[in-house]
Design a protein around this ligand. Sequence first.
Ligand code: HEC
Length: 150
Amino acid sequence: MKNTFWLLIVLLGSLTACKNDVKTDVSEETSKDEVVYDMYKPSEMAILMNQMYAHNLKIKQDILNGDIPAEFPIDFMEIHSAELTKANQRNETFEKFSKIFITAEKNIFNQDSKTPLEARFNTAVNACISCHETSCTGPIPRIKKLLIKS
Ligand code: HEC
């Protein structure tokens, strides 16, 4: 019963990743074997986004452990070229927010910065959220979990 419930949530969440009225949170609670990936073909952008989520989660953990994140993940630059689902468009707004995000993410790795690391990390996460407010509000509650609380 519980599994069926999650399966449904995951399928709904996947098919309608950016329909803003869907309040699904496909998150850590869902274990891998309950997810049916082959019924849904994620776009290049969706794959990249999930990688960026995972990578920033790792960066957050490093920061909380007192480690300094070493290197800007160059794969993030694919935000400028990855293919989107048909529902979303690479328009001027998207390009503008991509640039803001990449600049903020790079600044996490700027060791000459006088701004505290936590603040620079949160600025990058807030740049994720700002773009999502314009184009894809569904994942926002999940992205907010990346923020480092002071
Ligand atoms: C420039 C705009 C923009 C930025 C910046 C951005 N996103 Fe996205 N995100 C999108 C769009 C648009 C989609 C929908 C993808 C599609 O339509 O192919 C998306 C999709 C997602 C998804 C859902 C993927 C799926 O499985 O369907 C997650 C999770 C996500 N983004 C997390 C993040 C995180 C974390 C960051 C920052 C590290 C981020 N996003 C930065 C625009 C953005």
